[in-house]
Structure formats: C-alpha cells, structure tokens
Design a protein around this ligand. Sequence first.
Ligand code: HEM
Length: 508
Amino acid sequence: MAVIVGWIAESVQEILQISGLTLQSFLVFCTAFIVACFLLKPRRNLPPYPAGRVPVLGHLLALGRAPHLKLTAWRRQYGDVFTVRMGMEDVVVLNGYAAVKDALVDRSELFASRPPNYLADAMVGFGKDIAFARWGTEFRQRKRFATAVLKNLGMKGGTGSIEEKIREEASCLRNRIAEYNGNPSDIAHDIRVAAANVICSMVMGKRYDYRDETFRELSEAVEMAQFESGAGQIISVFPFLRFVPVVNRAGINALQEAFKIQNVLKGEISRHRENLDRENPRDFLDFCLLEVEKQEKVEGLTEVHVVYMAEDLFFAGLSTTTDTLRWSLLYMTLNPNIQNKVQQELDAVVGESLPTLSHRSQLPYVNACLLEVMRIRPVVPLTIQHAPTETLKVREYDIPKGTQVLPNLYSLHMDPAYWPDPDRFDPGRFLDAEGNVVNNPDSFMPFSGGRRVCLGEQLARMELFLFFSTLLQSFTFRTPEDAPRPTTDGVFGITLPPHPFKLCAIPR
Ligand code: HEM
C-alpha cells in the first residue's frame, strides 16, 4: 500500500513539474474532469440491476455456477425484466411467459439479431453460419433454405428417409445397451454416438461404424469444442484476454476443435462434389452444393458458408438431443410408476415391432412424458443471446440496439402460475381431460420461438420419440441398488446436461 501511495505521490509531483500547474489547480482540473465524465455519460434507462454487482466482474460472481437458477430467483425479487452486468457488458434478462413471448414472438423481428460473441463468432467464420449470424437478408435466406432442406429430407418416406435412419440408429443403440446385461452403466456416450450418427446421416448421407476413426474424431471434436467453449467464454466477456497466454487456453482449444470439424466437413464436401447427382440430392451437403451452383434461394452462398452451416447442425443438434434423452431416462429411473405407464402404452400400441412415427399420435402418454422432460429440464435454458435490431422499449425501459438480451426459458417452465408445484415430474400436465396431448401450452418454449426458433425442432422431436419409445419398449431402467439417488440438478454449460449417472437397463 505504502509503495502505491508513494508511486502516486511521485507521479503527481512529476506531472506538476512538467505542466507547471500548482497542486490546487491540478486538483480543480481533476475534479472538473471527473464531473464532466459523469455529466457527459449518456443517461441510460435500462431495467434495474439486482444487488451483488462488483467492479470489473459485475454480477458474474453472484450468478454462480447455475445462472438459470439465480436469474429465476431474482425474478421473484426484481420482476420480469432486469439488467445484469457480465464483466463490461449490460445484459437485459427477460423472465416469465409475458415478457419472453412479447420479445421473441410478438416482436420477433425486432429481437432477432445476435450480439457479438468473440469466441462463438470465431468458431463459425464471423457470421457465415446460421446460429450466430446477425439478423439480415443473408441470415434469413440461409435459415429459410436450411429449414426447407431439413423438411425435405424429413418428409422423404421409405428406405433412406430420416425416419428410417433414426430407427436404424435406435436399434443399434438398443443392441449396445443390451450388451451391458443389466449391469450398472453410464450410457451417456452410447446415446451421444447414436445422436451424432443421425446428424451424420442427415448432413453427409452416411452413418459411421462406432469404431471408425473419422467418426471418433468428429464426435470427440464436437464434444471438446463445446466443453472448451464453455470455459473459453471468458474471452468473450473480456475480449482483450484472448491475447493473454494461459487465460486464453480454453478459447484456443475450442477453436482448434472447431477447425477439426471444419476439416472433416471440407473433406466430405469434396467427395460430395465429385459424385453429385443433380437430379437426386441425397443429403444436406448435396442440397447445399446444388444451391452454391444455382444461387436461386441464397445469394452469394459459397462452400465456406456450407461448412459453417453444417457445423452448426452438429453444435446445435448433438448435445441438445443427447442431454434431453439422458434427462428422460433419469426421470424414468426416479419415477417407476410413470415408467410403467409408458411401457403399458407402448405394449398396447406398438407391441414387439420397432416403433415408427406413425405410432406417435396413438401414444399420448409417451408424448406427454417427453414434453414434461423438456419442461422440467430445458437443455438450452437461456437460449442463445438475442440482440434488438433497433433501440426499443421493454415495459418502461429503453433497450439500445445491439444490447445483449437473454430470454430465460427456465423461468417460464418453472413458473408456478402456469405449472403448480413445478419441481414435480408429472406428464399429466400435458394431457387434457380426454387424455389428448396438449402440445403447445402457454409458458412452454423449449425450442424458443419467433425468427430464431430452433431450426431442428422437428428433427429433434422425431429423434426423441423414436429413441425414447424404442428404449422404453426394450428395457426397464432402474437406479443401481447400492447407488445413491441421482441428483436432478443440471450442470450449466453450453447446454444443461444431468450430472453423470449410472443406471441398470433390465431387458424386458
Ligand atoms: C431437444 C433438442 C433441442 C432443443 C431443446 C433445442 C433448442 C434450441 C434453442 C432453445 C435454440 C435457441 C433459439 C434462440 O436463440 O432463441 C436453438 C437454436 C438452434 N437449434 Fe436447436 N434444439 C434442439 C435440437 C436441435 C437439432 C437436432 C438441430 C439441428 C440438427 C438444431 C439446430 C438449431 C439451430 C441451427 C439453431 C439456431 C437458430 C437461429 O439462430 O435462428 N437444434 N435450439
């Protein structure tokens, strides 16, 4: 302390000597400067800040390891709309159905952009993808095109259709789980491999053998890129830290893993180009390559964009589906009676054959179970940050263009006004008096909504249904006898998976 005071005194003396000012005039000058800075600083009418803000870090410490829980708790104290300070940035948080729907659905276009995020932007070519691209014509054309391609691939019936590929994968997953012979096992990796293969089938038209070198490299790179980019977010919060060795390590690792994925995709694009059948596009890459040639729907689409768009499908589609399926099995082990009801319905409707999408409408309880899983544990609880495309009002507050906006989906799903006793797992919430499924109730948005709604919603719903019903038809899931009851707390990161847990899959 004494050293610092001495250093300040010496520096002031030096300034006085150089400038020829007296100490009094120097103090007057400093005071005037501070007052001017304060007065000239634009007055902002942002929503209120919760307590717990500290210099430099803002609310980062107060938010802790489970920000979705903290933000939901703050809603009770500070209302639906408040501002948190993340390092140097103000982030406006929207809580509850009314505020989130107003922004994402009723004023969808106004909230449809993304704020800068150094690490995420660097991983997807600074705006050349879909998920992190800023609002504008290029984004709109790319998303519309990708949505149409997924729909086209999803609707294709018969052999080679997406449904066939998911069923094939579900059957492989079932066989792998059967190999554990009912012994305690963590099947997270098996589920992840199956979900990765669905995306490979859709994007590149082929599934891989689980031991294939390229497949291992690809799925490990996706997992590592997401893991490292969670820790690497520090360089997005404080962009100058990307130049500081050691601190920037996670961010650099995330970028290296993203390069690996891009290299696999570039190799696949070359192979697709060599044997492209222009009359019969087989998969996502074929459709994109045709569009690169024709430029009918997406102006200026290049193979570089295609790499980043395909990369998005792996980033956005793999952990989300894997985590949701893991939650579904965890809640089954914790609720044997509910599991039993699911199996009874499957036995009555599907019997011994492998479930198909045509069974979906006859299985209301199975569907209700999956909806309840997505309500109680939404795996993207805070969406991807949004940003207003122009300065606008939320309630009585002014939100400047480009401000980070976080819609807290978790707060919607845990709102006791819509979901009494929200921590209780109860599929009955999604059934009406006649036992029919209520698919889109109020205060339920696991795939978000509006212009930035999840691109893979339909695919994800197909996967969840086919995987879940195939597994529940084949096994009864139990917590190992000597193991403690698994926690239902999630691990907040890029997505919200459960903590690792073991289960016994008892063949039926
Ligand atoms: C259970 C599974 C899934 C859930 C719960 C989920 C949920 C979400 C959510 C909440 C968002 C953020 C929307 C926003 O920012 O407001 C999102 C975005 C996105 N998702 Fe999903 N997702 C799932 C599966 C998938 C799959 C399988 C794919 C594709 C293969 C996919 C592709 C995307 C893309 C590309 C975006 C960015 C959309 C945009 O920026 O316009 N998702 N998803």
